[in-house]
Write a protein that binds this ligand. Structure first.
Ligand code: SAM
Length: 281
């Protein structure tokens, strides 16, 4: 349940210096969808707008987050990879990438990348105690800026396989529709052979659920957050160009190695987010 109804007076909030509480932020809207506490009224208003056209829209966020966690568990348990680059990390949540993978390998290193001042403040506080996890400020849509960042170069050994995450991020790129595929091609070209890439993204399922996808897109794009493109599975497949997809391939997040059988029919929003894990040969 939302913690305040639309139009209700906002709860007392402390706004960090340098943060504009009159502009919605992707990270804080996502936090609101996940029932987090690090969001402002302007962020919740974006969520309420989406819930109006798609009452089950919270599933977009929870399926995305659960997919990320399962993909990280898989990589940590099955591939031996011990270095992770998590692009667009988001606000700290219940299970963060370093916590998931360090359960399998306490030596695993994680570099988080984000550009949201609230994420940077909260993330750095969370990571203070963990010398194997770091958070840098960079533009995740500029692969060279990320990979060549001093801390990334110091922390990650690019002669060994890396896991690169772009979960719930590329649909926030505001520019030419085909650009995210180019961005991913550039990232993939910079990764060593044997690396894994995890991507999740809003999906236009091109079936009876397309209408709700288009409605959610319309609200997101015209909201104070200003982004959220739903791409088709053909467009999403292009993000994995040059990679071998781990079974079951590109699929709805809800269907990527779920924790158990689905006993209930999927919600409309569950049809509208997809992901895959690929390996660079
Ligand atoms: N990856 C997390 C997940 O899947 O649970 C969080 C996804 S959240 C929807 C997207 C994150 O990407 C936000 O924290 C946002 O600040 C970040 N982001 C968006 N555009 C960015 C950019 N150009 N550079 C760095 N971070 C960006």
């Amino acid at each position: 349940m939302p913690d305040s109804a639309p139009g209700a007076s906002a709860p007392k909030e402390t706004v960090p210096v340098g943060v504009d509480p009159t502009r919605a932020s992707i990270a804080r809207v996502y936090d609101a969808f996940l029932n987090g506490k690090d969001n402002y009224e302007i962020d919740r208003q974006v969520m309420y707008g989406v819930l109006k056209v798609a009452p089950e829209a919270r599933d977009l966020a929870t399926e995305n987050r659960n997919f990320l966690i399962r993909a990280c568990r898989f990589i940590a348990a099955e591939t031996g990879i011990d270095q992770y680059l998590d692009c667009g990390s988001g606000l700290p949540t219940a299970e963060n990438t370093h916590q998931v993978v360090q359960r399998f390998n306490p030596e695993a290193t994680v570099v988080y990348v984000d550009n949201d001042p609230v994420v940077l403040a909260h993330g750095r506080a969370l990571l203070e105690e963990d010398e194997r996890s770091h958070l840098i400020s960079a533009d995740i849509f500029k692969p060279h800026e990320v990979i060549e960042h001093e801390l990334v170069q110091k922390t990650i050994d690019f002669t060994r396989p890396v896991a690169l995450l772009q979960c719930g991020t590329l649909h926030h790129y505001n520019g030419p529709r085909a650009a995210p595929a180019e961005i991913m091609r550039e990232y993939i070209s910079l990764l060593p052979s044997g690396s894994y890439v995890v991507i999740s993204h809003f999906l236009d399922p091109e079936d009876e659920h397309s209408e709700v996808a288009r409605k959610m897109e319309d609200v997101f794009v015209h909201s104070p957050m200003g982004s959220g493109t739903f791409r088709t599975s053909t467009e999403l497949a292009e993000l994995f160009d040059g990679l071998e997809l781990v079974p079951p391939g590109l699929t709805r997040c809800a269907d990527w190695w779920p924790d158990g059988p689905h006993l209930k029919p999927l919600s409309q929003a569950q049809y509208c987010t997809a992901g895959a894990v690929g390996r660079k040969p």
